[in-house]
Design a protein around this ligand. Sequence first.
Ligand SMILES: *[C@@H]1O[C@H](CO)[C@@H](O)[C@H](O)[C@H]1NC(C)=O
Ligand SMILES: *[C@@H]1O[C@H](CO)[C@@H](O)[C@H](O)[C@H]1NC(C)=O
Ligand SMILES: *[C@@H]1O[C@H](CO)[C@@H](O)[C@H](O)[C@H]1NC(C)=O
Ligand SMILES: *[C@@H]1O[C@H](CO)[C@@H](O)[C@H](O)[C@H]1NC(C)=O
Ligand SMILES: *[C@@H]1O[C@H](CO)[C@@H](O)[C@H](O)[C@H]1NC(C)=O
Length: 439
Amino acid sequence: MDKCTFKTFLVLSCTIIIFFTLILAYTNNYHRYQYMAPFYNMPKIPENLNSITPIKDSEHFMVSAFIDHRLDGVIRVISIIKRNSLQQLYCVYCNPTKMITEYDCRTVQADVQIHSDHFGFPFHVSDVICKGKHTQNATRVLISTKDSDNSNNNTDYLPIKNRVRTNTFKFNFTICISNVFGNYNNVLQFAQTMEMYKLLGVQHVVIYNTSCGPDLEKLLKHYETEGILEIVSWPIDKFLSPSPGWNFQEFKGDLHYYGQLVTLNECIYRHMYQSRYVLLNDIDEIIMPYKHTNLPSLMKDLQSAHPGVGVFFIENHIFPKTQFEDSGKFKRAEWHNIPGVNIMEHIYREPDRKNVYNPTKMIVNPRKVQQTSVHSTLKDFGGSYHVPFDVCRIVHVRVPLQGHLTKDQLFVDKRVWDFEQELIPNVDQALNFSSLLRP
Ligand SMILES: *[C@@H]1O[C@H](CO)[C@@H](O)[C@H](O)[C@H]1NC(C)=O
Ligand SMILES: *[C@@H]1O[C@H](CO)[C@@H](O)[C@H](O)[C@H]1NC(C)=O
Ligand SMILES: *[C@@H]1O[C@H](CO)[C@@H](O)[C@H](O)[C@H]1NC(C)=O
Ligand SMILES: *[C@@H]1O[C@H](CO)[C@@H](O)[C@H](O)[C@H]1NC(C)=O
Ligand SMILES: *[C@@H]1O[C@H](CO)[C@@H](O)[C@H](O)[C@H]1NC(C)=O
């Protein structure tokens, strides 16, 4: 070996030794990390990795667990129950002890409350209620088919949320958009709706994502980065054949509308102590005040006129996407290549129909709701109020329900134009940040 080869050999050996030392150190650490804290890491697992958990030895699923302070601190586990296969279920709930890695677990019989609005589907949202000693201080819970399943190392435990009851909220207005699925790619309407809601005073939007189109994906990521949007992973299609419709006779499938009733209920409990109000509406609907400039001033008036009420019904009104306003002033070149509906162009509203009830959506105080459906609550604590149509209504741009009507049989309703000055640049900016706007 000459000097030069020897030097090269030395350098190479050193590099290899350092490399393997690093790898060893890393894997060692990794194992220790996994070994040390099997439970204590549980709440830190990104929640969305396990938003749906099969209940062992059954066909049911558990979704999320909460303390219900209104019912003496029982544990409520929002679940998906197969209605014709309901067997006795048990709750195993655990309280922390002074020893950090040990839990004091108890098993009790569960009370399963299947919500009444199942529309004939085999699977339906249910509350699995766990009552027992010290439930209010439990930190994790498991639904089991056995009365003796308190193995401390079952990894299917759900962390229990809402353990602390507060009167101060991170958000005043949160929107729960139940589900996005399929190849939904209505980008322009989504951006306009988000920006409109921001102008109306909304601080937080939650969307349950099964799947979506490629451009909407970019926009969702943008809003998530911005901080206003929380995306909850909702891989319901990996567990069941979710129905694309609301009624079993017509649409078939295992579960109503991709699990909309599960996500709406989950969303209410998730925000019980995070948000003063929660709006429950679809991705293409805007709950729009017509006499107030924003939602805070609307709710201030409504709530002081109806102090105990926790559920406010808002009528849905259809703005057919097939009818365009005549001036064409919102046919902007910038939006030409953006997929989706431009709500600024659709200012014609369908009239009420005789003997047809306008379905409603809701603004709720989540602390006053126990179970919700889509158009009304099933169980609440404070009663409800139907907000007059001229005070607040939903702007819902979509395919017509009364497609035979001509423009002069529709009402002109330009409320969205009142926001034009701020709305348009804000939409442009959101599209630009999402790399959807081409110069
Ligand atoms: C539950 O926790 C609270 C504090 O969070 C404590 O004051 C109370 O004593 C606990 N109750 C039980 C039954 O352990
Ligand atoms: C915990 O899990 C291990 C391996 O998964 C198993 O061998 C052991 O019996 C379990 N312990 C209990 C108490 O169930
Ligand atoms: C919520 O509204 C109150 C007044 O009603 C206000 O003081 C507070 O700053 C608002 N919170 C947020 C997050 O906007
Ligand atoms: C929505 O879910 C699909 C399917 O899991 C995933 O591919 C996509 O990245 C998700 N989108 C967002 C914005 O989280
Ligand atoms: C788009 O964003 C870039 C920077 O990311 C900025 O230079 C440009 O002016 C923006 N365009 C519009 C129309 O907002």
